[in-house]
Design a protein around this ligand. Structure first.
Ligand SMILES: [Zn+2]
Ligand SMILES: [Zn+2]
Length: 288
């Protein structure tokens, strides 16, 4: 068992609830052999602060400093846990601000010597699609409806993947978190945008994460949905697991169901990142 996306912790993330040490202990308990820790990259403009961060009185310098502390703490703990767990040092990117995120994320990767990136699209043209329903409705209005918003979401995902080449592509159909309530997300025009996004993932050798937060959030399925798994699999794209954990109880949650989700859609192996002689390597592991 492994997860390549998660380990968000309360010292470095306003909406996480366990310490980083507790997250790593939970990963050992869950029976993981590899745990990729991928804290959120800071959003560097005040307009992107989460409502909760504002309530807490946090500002941009505070979350930027937290991220630097995160990188340090993670390296120390990875070493401490090394005999029990392969702790991979990563981070989850943001696509904001639109004009500078690519350079910013590359700088973070370089400055803190992260071993890999998780590529996520939480914003469409700088409006959050992962937060409140009000923000999601604002995003729909700004783009002319659900279909146009979904198409734009996948376009931004494709651009991000091409520009940053993240090793892992997170919650591929995150747009369904709120989008499902407003209509169908497998309309032909959306499928076309998905195909182009997957083409970009294939080109960049990205691994698509099966993210179990979908179960937690009451979607009844993980990200991505079955039709997306099948499409990506037909294109030869690999999959991995991500528990997207934000507290100790999330660690390992839903991984077995995610495995069944892959098998049910014809996927018989997953791709895991590992570390050999200090280098990150990819391995293919059978699901049977
Ligand atoms: Zn989070
Ligand atoms: Zn995310």
């Amino acid at each position: 068992m492994f997860s390549l996306h998660g380990g968000h912790s309360s010292e470095f993330c306003d909406h996480a609830q366990s310490s980083l040490r507790e997250m790593l202990e939970a990963a050992v308990q869950a029976g993981y052999h590899t745990f990729g820790v991928t804290e959120h990259a800071p959003r560097v403009e005040a307009r992107f602060l989460y409502p909760n961060e504002i309530r807490l009185g946090w500002d941009v310098p505070k979350i930027v400093a937290d991220f630097a502390r995160y990188a340090q703490a993670l390296s120390a703990l990875a070493e401490e846990f090394a005999d029990r767990l392969i702790v991979l040092k990563g981070f989850e990117i943001e696509v904001v601000p639109t004009r500078s995120y690519v350079q910013l994320m590359q700088e973070y990767r370089h400055r803190y010597e992260f071993e890999y990136m998780v590529g996520s699209v939480h914003y469409v043209d700088e409006i959050s699609i992962d937060g409140s329903i009000e923000d999601f409705q604002r995003a729909m209005e700004a783009h002319g409806g659900l279909e146009a918003l979904a198409v734009r979401y996948y376009q931004i995902l494709a651009q991000m993947v091409t520009a940053l080449r993240p090793e892992v592509v997170a919650h591929l159909d995150l747009i369904k978190l709120h989008g499902n309530q407003f209509g169908s997300l497998d309309a032909p025009v959306i499928r076309h945008a998905v195909e182009e996004a997957l083409e970009a993932v294939r080109e960049a050798s990205g691994i698509i994460e099966v993210n179990t937060a979908g179960y937690r959030k009451g979607l009844g399925e993980p990200y991505p949905a079955s039709w997306l798994v099948q499409m990506a699999h037909r294109m030869g794209i690999g999959f991995c697991f991500g528990d997207d954990s934000h507290r100790a109880e999330h660690v390992g949650f839903g991984i077995d169901k995610a495995r069944k989700h892959l098998l049910a859609n014809g996927v018989r192996s997953v791709t895991v990142l590992s570390r050999e002689s200090g280098e990150v390597v990819r391995k293919t592991v059978s699901l049977d």
